[in-house]
Design a protein around this ligand. Structure first.
Ligand code: NAD
Ligand code: TDX
Length: 331
C-alpha cells in the first residue's frame, strides 16, 4: 500500500512512520511543512526506498492533489497542536486545522482515497475529578480552547464529507501521548529537559489536572489497526487507562532523575485549563481487538527520560526559545 502521512515530521507522525516501516511493507510519503514543531531529524535511520519526504503545506491544493493521485490511503496528523500557542495566536490553528483538513478532504473526494483523521480527546471538553464516566464515542463535543475547537471543527468536516460525499474516512480521538521525539514545549519533555538543564520544573496552578497518558507507539498501533480493520464513517477513541495528575507526574520525573521530588515551582495557570480527560476505549478493544503494549507508565517514562538524556542534539536547539516564550507568560 502507498501511504501518505501528513505531519510525519512531528511527534506522533514520526513515531507512526517508524512503526509502519518496522511492521509493514507499506511505502510512506510524508507531507510536512516543517513548522517550528517539525523536525526532519525525527525521520533519520529510515530506508530511503521506503520513505519519501515532501516539504509542503496541507492547505496547498495543487500539491495535495498531485500527492493524492499517487496514494492509496492517507493518515492525517498535520496540525497546530499546542494549547498554549493557540491562546497566544489562534490564526495558524484555523488555517492548518480547519482549512488544511478541508483541502485534504476535497482531494480525498476527487481521488476516492481512504482517509484516516487523527484527532484528540480534547474535543469532548473536560470531566470533573470524581466523574465516574469517561469519554466515549457518544460524548457530545464541548471544546474549550482555540486548539481543541479547531480540532473539533476538523472532525465535523470529516463526518460531513463522509455523509454528503461518500468519502471513505475514519476518525480517532486519542488521549495525551508521551515518548521520544516530542517537542520540548509539551509538559513531559519540558520538565525532563528542565531538569537536565538545571531549571526547576514548572507546574500550572495546583497541578491537580488529570491527563490520560498513552505511549506514542501504542497510539501508532491503534491507528494502523483502524486503517486495516476500521469501519468507514466510524469514530474510535484511543486510550490506555493512564490517568495521572500533573503533580504526580512531575514528582515521578524528579524521582526517576535522582532529584528531590518537591523541587518544582507552581506557576501561572493556563487560561481555560481543562481539568480532566479520561478515555473509554472499549469499542477499539472489543470491535477491532487492539490492546496497548506499554502498561507500566513508570517504565515508559523512565525510557523517555533516557531518550532525552541521549538526544540533546535533537531537542537542544528548541529549548531556549521555548523557555523564553513561557517566561513571557509567567509560566
Ligand atoms: P506536533 O506539533 O509535534 O507535529 C505537527 C506536525 O505537523 C509538525 O511536523 C508540523 O511541521 C506539521 N504541520 C503543521 N502545520 C502544517 C501544515 N499546514 N502543512 C503540513 N504540515 C504541517 O503534533 P503532535 O503532538 O505530533 O500531534 C499530531 C496530531 O495528533 C495532531 O493532529 C494532534 O491534534 C493529534 N493529537 C496529539 C496528541 C498529543 O498528545 N500530542 C493527542 C491526541 C491527538
Ligand atoms: O509546563 C507545563 N506545566 C504544566 O503544568 C506545561 C507545558 C503543561 N502543564 C500542564 C497543562 C496540562 O494540564 O500539563 C498538562 C499537559 O499539558 P500539554 O503537554 O500542553 O498537553 P495538553 O494541553 O493536555 O494537550 C495535549 O494532549 C492532547 C497535546 O498537546 C494535544 O495536542 C493533544 O490533543
Amino acid at each position: 500500500m502507498r501511504l501518505l502521512v501528513t505531519g510525519g515530521a512531528g511527534f506522533i507522525g514520526s513515531n507512526f512512520v517508524h512503526h509502519v516501516v518496522a511492521r509493514t511493507d507499506h511505502h510512506v510519503t510524508v507531507l510536512d511543512k516543517l513548522t517550528y514543531a517539525g523536525n526532519l531529524a525525527s525521520l533519520t535511520g529510515l530506508p530511503e526506498h521506503r520513505v519519501e519526504f515532501v516539504h509542503g503545506d496541507i492547505a496547498d491544493a495543487t500539491l495535495v492533489d498531485e500527492l493524492f493521485s499517487r496514494t492509496d490511503a492517507v493518515v492525517h496528523y498535520a496540525a497546530e497542536s499546542h494549547n498554549d500557542n493557540s491562546l497566544n495566536d489562534p490564526s495558524p490553528f484555523l488555517n492548518t486545522n480547519i482549512v488544511g483538513t478541508y483541502t485534504l478532504l476535497e482531494a480525498a473526494r476527487r481521488h476516492d482515497v481512504r482517509f484516516h483523521h487523527i484527532s484528540t480527546d480534547e474535543v469532548y471538553g473536560d470531566l470533573e475529578l470524581d466523574d465516574p464516566n469517561r469519554f466515549t464515542e457518544h460524548t457530545p463535543y464541548n471544546p474549550s480552547s482555540p486548539y481543541s475547537s479547531t480540532k473539533a471543527g476538523s472532525d465535523l468536516l470529516v463526518r460531513a464529507w463522509v455523509r454528503s460525499f461518500g468519502v471513505r474516512a475514519t476518525i480517532s480521538n486519542c488521549s495525551n501521548n508521551y515518548g521520544p521525539y516530542q517537542h520540548v514545549e509539551k509538559f513531559i519533555p519540558r520538565q525532563i529537559t528542565n531538569v537536565i538543564r538545571g531549571i526547576r520544573p514548572k507546574l500550572y496552578g495546583a497541578g491537580l489536572n488529570v491527563r490520560d497518558w498513552i505511549h506514542a507507539d501504542d497510539h501508532s498501533s491503534a491507528v494502523l489497526t483502524i486503517l486495516e480493520k476500521g469501519e468507514i464513517g466510524q469514530t474510535y477513541l484511543i486510550g490506555a487507562d493512564g490517568e495521572k495528575n500533573n503533580k504526580d507526574v512531575v514528582e515521578l520525573i524528579l524521582t526517576l532523575m535522582g532529584q528531590d521530588p518537591t523541587a518544582y515551582d507552581h506557576v501561572t495557570d493556563r487560561a481555560g485549563h481543562d481539568l480532566r480527560y479520561a478515555i473509554d476505549s472499549t469499542r477499539l478493544r472489543t470491535e477491532l481487538g487492539w490492546q496497548p503494549t506499554y502498561r507500566d507508565f513508570e517504565a515508559g517514562l523512565a525510557a523517555t527520560i533516557e531518550w532525552y538524556r541521549q538526544n540533546e542534539a535533537w531537542w537542544g536547539p528548541s529549548k531556549d526559545a521555548t523557555e523564553a516564550f513561557y517566561a513571557g507568560k509567567g509560566q
